[in-house]
Design a protein around this ligand. Sequence first.
Ligand code: NAD
Length: 491
Amino acid sequence: MRNELFIDGQWAKPIKGGTFPIINPATEEVVHHGPAGTAEDVELAVKAARRAFDHGPWPKMSGAERAKYLRAIATGIRNRLQEIARLETIDNGKPIPEAEWDIADAAGCFDFYADLAEELDRNPEEAITLADARFVSKAVREPIGVAVAIVPWNFPLLMACWKVAPALAAGCTMILKPAEVTSMTAMELGAIVKAADLPPGVLNIVTGSGSIAGQAMIDHPEVDKLAFTGSGPVGSKIMAAAARDIKRVSLELGGKSPFIVFEDSDIEAAVEWTMFGIFWNQGEVCSATSRVLVQEGIYDRFLERLVEETKKIKIGNGQEPGVLLGPMVSRKQMDQVLAAIDKARADGVTIAVGGGRPAGFNKGYYVEPTVLVDVPLESDAWKEEIFGPVVCVRPFASEEEAIVLANDSKFGLAAAVMSKDDARADRVASALGAGIVWINCSQPTFTEAPWGGYKQSGIGRELGRWGFDNYLETKQITRFVSEEPWDWYIK
Ligand code: NAD
C-alpha cells in the first residue's frame, strides 16, 4: 500500500510529513497511514497541473492521442481489478462484489471518455447558421484548464474516475483529492497513471483532510474548475470559493429520493428494487431510495415482504462471501446514522425492523438495515438525508397525492416509479422533480447517461456527453466574409 502523494508524475512525501490513520471499518483496525497533504503540497500540485496545461503537450494533443492514455488507464485498472476491489472493501467496508462492480465501472468510464475524446477529433467544430450572411461562424470546444476534483468516500475510486476520465479526455489537467477516510484506491490510480506514462502534471493526487488540503485547492486562484461530490454544506463552501474567482463549478450533493409503487406492481419486484435502492452500499448512496410511497391496496403486503426479506440480509465484513451489508464507512458515519434513527424514534416513528447496531458484533461500524413507518411528513427522518441503510415507507391513495409527496423535498437528485401501466409511469416520471428518474427499477447507473440533481442536489451533470461538457469551454469563431466595407465610422 502506498503512502505518498502523486505530484508532477512523481511520488512525494507530504512536505510537512503528516499522516492520517486508515481504518478498516469492519474491524476498527488501523491498516495503514495515508499521507496528509497540506497547502504547501497543493501549491506544488497546482503549479504542476498549470505547467502541464499551459506548456505541456496534453491539451494540444489530438483526442485520439489522449484516448490511448485513457485506454491504458482502463486496462491498468482492469488488470488489477480484484486487488483494487479488496482495498476498496478494506477502506470503505462495502461487500467485495459491490467493490468489484465499482472498479469495473471505473475502468469502463475511461474507455467511454476515450471514445468521446476521439469523437472530438471527428467533429472538432460546429457550423453556426447566422441570419447575417456577411459573417461565417462556428463553435469549437476547448479544455477549461486546471480542474480540481474533490470526491467522497461512498464510491471512492468510481467517483474519482467520473471526474478524472472526462477531464483528461477533454484535455484538462487535474488535481484529485479523495476523502480522507478512503484514500487507498486513489493512490493506486496514481500508480496506474504513472505506469501508463501520462505526461507529468496531467493528473496529481493529493490526499489529506478537506479543511486543509481541500480548502487550499478550492481557494487556489490558478485553478479554473471545481468538481465536487459530497455533502450540501461542503458543496456550499465550494460554490462560495468558486464565486470569488468565477471558477467553473459542478456539484453533486445529497438526496432523499422517492420511489412510488402503484398497486398494479409486482410486489416481489417492488421489494427487490426497494432493497437494492436502500441497502446496496449500506445506503451510503446520494441517490438512495430512502422514501418509498406504496399505494394503499398493496401497502400491508409490501411492508410484510420488505420486513421479511430485510431480516434475511447477511451483515458482516465485506470480505466474507455472501455478505450483503457491510459496516458504515466510519465511526462518525455510524454514529450519525444511529442518531438519525434515535431522533426518528423520538419523533414517534415506528421501527418495523432494524433500528440499531446488529447483535453479535463486538467490533465494526455496523448498523442494521432499518425500515421506518408512520413517519411524520415534518420529521427529519422524512426530510433529511440519513446516508445509511434506513428507508421510510408510507402509503398513498392517488397518483396526484404520490406526486405531491414525492416532490415535497429540498432535494431532487433521483426518483423512481413502478407500475404496469406504462402511460401512468411516463406521466409520473415527467411530473417528478429530479435529475434521474427510474421506471420499474431503482438505482442502476450508466456511464452513458446524465447524472445530477435538481434543487439542492447539485449543479451540472456528470457522465455521458454531459459530463464531458463539464470540462470544455465553447468558443465562437466568427469571420467577416463580406466584400462590402463595414462602413460605420469611416464612410
Ligand atoms: P463531505 O462533504 O464533508 O466530504 C466530501 C469531500 O469533501 C471529502 O473529500 C472531504 O475531504 C472534502 N471536504 C470537506 N471539507 C472541505 C472543504 N472545506 N474544502 C474542500 N473540500 C472539503 O462529506 P462527509 O463528511 O464525508 O459526509 C457527510 C455527509 O455528506 C454524509 O453523511 C452524507 O449525507 C453526505 N455525503 C454525500 C455524498 C454524495 O454522494 N452526495 C457522498 C458522501 C457524503
